[in-house]
Ligand binder design. Structure first.
Ligand code: NAD
Length: 352
């Protein structure tokens, strides 16, 4: 097949992990006879340096017309001073919004060989296989912001339509998995959460009677995620709660560097990125874990290009390499040798 992929390496370790994702994409294209046009474009801090804009028009246009977008990470101290007028994160929020990708899927699966890499006890982690569906283009991150000398305000708004569509995405996923959906809110305090709970109950009752629904308060979910993570299947929540809980859940797997994400809208075009940031503390050293990016490439192949067997082959290769003991420093046991980003990807490529 022919496909165009807009590639946004971004900042910090972004370009380092994206380089390995591209090598895997090229290898899969060659092996399976696909023609992928991979167009690299400036984004985030790198784009601010070049053009003054974190999301230049040329980058936005390429993303809008591509079949999929692959993103590394953005941000860093260089662009984060409190007085900065333009920030890399503005580019990311604008891109998500322009692409209409309102559903952020974050699978968290604990690899048996990595149970020791987490700070939690192995018996708590056994069999953990959950997926978060985070609403991505609404809520407090997108609401009106005000500031004066004495106070600051961020407005949180959700419409019925925004809640319905994300809940449907999550319920459809649950139907293909273990049929269990947990909806997370703070309905004892927030009006948006009370609406969220009402709409979720109605959508599930009327359209997904085969999916079991449990409502859970966000604070209680934060506790249950580390107490009994195995019990969760699909979790759906609003933007900010999802932002926080998915970082917590990533620690079940052992490192932020391991986990992929897909952001999807109505069509097949999606935005795929590892869940980690630009990791300025390790940038430039060639030691970042590329797993989150490689698994994001697998999600891209599956969801935007419908190349299921290529996606599964890449996931299998990553899993086998971990099984055989390959480790980047973030997941290596203390005192044991670790591989560089490039060496880890070499091992994945040789399995492919
Ligand atoms: P971070 O995810 O960049 O790093 C947190 C910790 O995890 C660091 O110690 C880092 O070394 C480690 N880490 C992250 N990814 C890793 C990988 N692949 N391999 C090994 N270790 C890894 O979060 P942060 O330090 O809070 O943020 C740094 C910058 O990234 C900030 O400017 C922030 O705004 C930005 N950020 C961007 C995104 C994004 O691009 N979507 C997401 C989160 C944070």
């Amino acid at each position: 097949m022919k496909a165009t992929i807009a590639v946004l390496p971004g900042d910090g370790i972004g370009p380092e992990v994206i380089a390995e994702g591209l090598r895997c994409l090229r290898a899969l294209a060659e092996r399976h006879g696909h023609e992928f046009t991979l167009t690299e474009l400036p984004f985030g801090g790198a784009a601010i340096d070049l053009t003054g804009n974190p999301l230049p028009d040329e980058t936005l246009h390429a993303c809008r017309t591509a079949d999929a977008v692959l993103l590394g990470a953005i941000g860093g101290p260089k662009w984060s001073s409190p007085t900065a007028k333009v920030r890399p994160e503005q580019g990311l929020l604008a891109l998500r919004s322009a692409l209409g990708v309102y559903a952020n899927l974050r699978p968290v699966k604990v690899h048996p060989a990595l149970q020791g890499a987490s700070t939690l006890k192995p018996e708590v982690l056994e069999g953990v296989d959950l997926i978060f569906v985070r609403e991505l283009t609404g809520g407090i991150y997108f609401g009106e912001k005000r500031r004066d000398a004495h106070s600051a305000t961020d407005v949180c708004t959700y419409s019925v339509r925004e809640i319905e569509r994300i809940v449907r995405t999550a319920a459809r996923l649950a139907q293909r998995r273990r049929g269990k959906l947990v909806s997370i809110d703070k309905s004892n305090v927030l009006e948006t959460s009370r609406l969220w709970r009402e709409v979720t109950t109605r959508v599930l009752r009327s359209q997904f009677p085969d999916v079991s629904l449990e409502h859970m308060l966000v604070d209680s979910t934060a506790m249950h995620l580390i107490r009994r993570p195995r019990d969760f299947d699909v979790l759906v929540t609003e933007n900010m709660f999802g932002d926080i809980l998915t970082d917590e859940a990533s620690m079940l797997a052992g490192s932020l560097g391991l986990l992929p994400s897909a952001s999807l809208g109505e069509g097949t075009r999606g935005l795929y990125e590892p869940i980690h940031g630009s990791a300025p503390d390790i940038a430039g050293q060639g030691i970042a874990n590329p797993c989150g990016t490689l698994l994001s490439v697998a999600l891209l192949l599956r969801h935007s290009l419908a190349l299921e067997s290529e996606a599964a082959a890449l996931e299998r290769a990553v899993s086998e390499v971990l099984e055989r003991g390959a480790r980047t420093p973030d997941i290596a046991a203390r005192g044991t040798p670790a591989l560089s980003t490039r060496e880890f990807a070499d091992a994945v490529l040789s399995r492919l």
